[in-house]
Design a protein around this ligand. Structure first.
Ligand SMILES: *[C@@H]1O[C@H](CO)[C@@H](O)[C@H](O)[C@H]1NC(C)=O
Ligand SMILES: *[C@@H]1O[C@H](CO)[C@@H](O)[C@H](O)[C@H]1NC(C)=O
Ligand SMILES: *[C@@H]1O[C@H](CO)[C@@H](O)[C@H](O)[C@H]1NC(C)=O
Ligand SMILES: *[C@@H]1O[C@H](CO)[C@@H](O)[C@H](O)[C@H]1NC(C)=O
Ligand SMILES: *[C@@H]1O[C@H](CO)[C@@H](O)[C@H](O)[C@H]1NC(C)=O
Ligand SMILES: *[C@@H]1O[C@H](CO)[C@@H](O)[C@H](O)[C@H]1NC(C)=O
Length: 367
């Protein structure tokens, strides 16, 4: 009925000054308004929720919902559930609730603890899934399968400590993934398998200490990687980031980085690959809180990296060498003096030699 009216409108351009058509126009508009009012009063908005037809969004906040609302009209493509009590999303829950047409779904601050398998199967048009501030702890294999159009997935502020291989189901459309403020301590091989279109990966404020090799292997398109606020001590960039061919920015602020020769290669890797990076040292204590750019001045011996530990170690070794030299000279002088006690000339020569060699040692540390 409404589509018929629309086609009529389109057939009568507004420029024609024909009174008959003009009144028809008005009639059509009035008819449409009446029809829309009728339709709206027939729409059943889920109890306690607010339905905004023109956004078109359904907002269910503080409604004590235990399940997603059922059977909402197909034109509501955004569902926003917040401060409710949805503890589990069951298998095929969206399908059974008739929500396959959704384009965005937010279930936020709603005590969500678990996602069963195939929760999202068939929700092929969903582009944003926001499950922030819940109590999820495990992401099972295939948890997000079926989300063929998903572009943004926000899982921040949960308690996720385990992500099974293939949980993200190789979603090739996914562009932004946030796992901020969870309890991840390691990232297993296969976690991000197939996320070939991902551009932003954020893992802030977890407790990540280690990565399995090649965990980022498929992330060819990641531009921004945020690892701020984890427990990373050491990482082997060449190994870890070799698949990330488009990486432009890495954040490694507030980790447990030990800024010594063990990390220097990683720093050099970032410098030579033009990856913008911000990272801070945690140890040694004198460098705590400083940017890891200090590694640029750390001199590491290639043959024996263990000996050349930390910054400034070279000057320490130079000073030691000078000291040993001076002691040796003093001993020689002492013997010389004993042999020829009266010769003041030789004494002044010895003094001259001593001061000369020591200043030479300081001025020429590189040799
Ligand atoms: C949430 O629902 C669970 C059962 O699904 C119930 O045990 C719990 O008390 C509810 N919590 C709140 C805050 O309503
Ligand atoms: C997804 O969107 C397309 C195009 O708008 C539509 O034809 C299709 O029916 C939608 N799919 C679902 C499951 O609603
Ligand atoms: C998810 O929802 C939270 C709370 O409303 C919001 O702060 C956050 O920006 C949302 N995430 C995305 C990706 O839209
Ligand atoms: C990957 O993202 C780009 C935009 O950044 C988009 O044009 C392209 O279609 C996406 N590929 C897939 C498989 O979704
Ligand atoms: C990392 O540092 C934090 C505090 O800065 C400390 O509590 C934690 O034990 C450290 N973790 C490791 C693995 O060193
Ligand atoms: C590292 O040191 C070299 C030589 O001292 C200097 O040219 C370069 O700009 C420094 N790099 C950074 C990132 O500070």
């Amino acid at each position: 009925m409404t589509s018929l009216s629309f086609s009529k409108i389109l057939k009568f351009p507004c420029t024609r000054r024909n009174s008959e058509q003009h009144s028809l126009w008005t009639l059509v508009i009035i008819l449409m308004l009446v029809l829309l009012r009728e339709a709206d009063s027939e729409v059943l908005c889920p109890e306690g929720c607010l339905c905004y037809r023109w956004t078109p969004t359904i907002l269910c906040a503080y409604t004590h919902l235990h399940q997603l609302p059922k059977g909402i009209q197909f034109w509501y493509t955004h569902l926003d559930v917040t401060h409710d009590n949805i503890s589990v999303l069951y298998e095929n829950e969206l399908k059974l609730a008739g929500l396959l047409h959704l384009r965005t779904l937010k279930i936020v601050s709603s005590h969500l603890t678990a996602l069963q398998d195939r929760v999202f199967s068939g929700v092929t048009n969903l582009t944003l899934l926001n499950l922030t501030n819940n109590a999820l702890h495990t992401l099972n294999s295939g948890a997000f399968c079926g989300l063929e159009s998903l572009r943004k997935l926000d899982l921040s502020k949960n308690r996720i400590n385990s992500i099974h291989q293939d949980a993200f189901c190789a979603l090739s459309t996914l562009q932004v993934l946030s796992l901020d403020e969870n309890k991840l301590s390691t990232l297993e091989f296969g976690t991000f398998q197939g996320l070939t279109n991902l551009t932003v990966l954020s893992l802030r404020n977890n407790i990540i200490e280690a990565f399995s090799d090649r965990v980022f292997e498929d992330l060819h398109n990641v531009v921004f990687l945020d690892l701020t606020g984890n427990h990373i001590k050491l990482l082997d960039a060449e190994y870890l980031f070799q698949g990330m061919k488009n990486l432009l920015i890495l954040y490694l602020i507030d980790n447990n980085l030990t800024c010594d020769c063990g990390l220097k290669d990683t720093w050099l890797w970032f410098a030579s690959h033009n990856v913008g990076n911000i990272a801070t040292c945690a140890s040694p204590t004198e460098l705590s809180g400083q940017s890891w750019v200090v590694l640029n001045h750390t001199v590491c011996s290639v043959s024996d990296p263990v000996l050349a530990v930390g910054i400034g170690s070279v000057s320490v070794y130079v000073l030691l060498a000078v000291l040993v030299l001076e002691i040796m000279l003093a001993v020689i002088m002492y013997i010389y003096h004993k042999k020829y006690p009266t010769e003041s000339q030789s004494e002044s020569i010895a003094l001259h030699v001593m001061s000369g060699s020591s200043s030479e040692g300081i001025h020429n540390p590189e040799s």
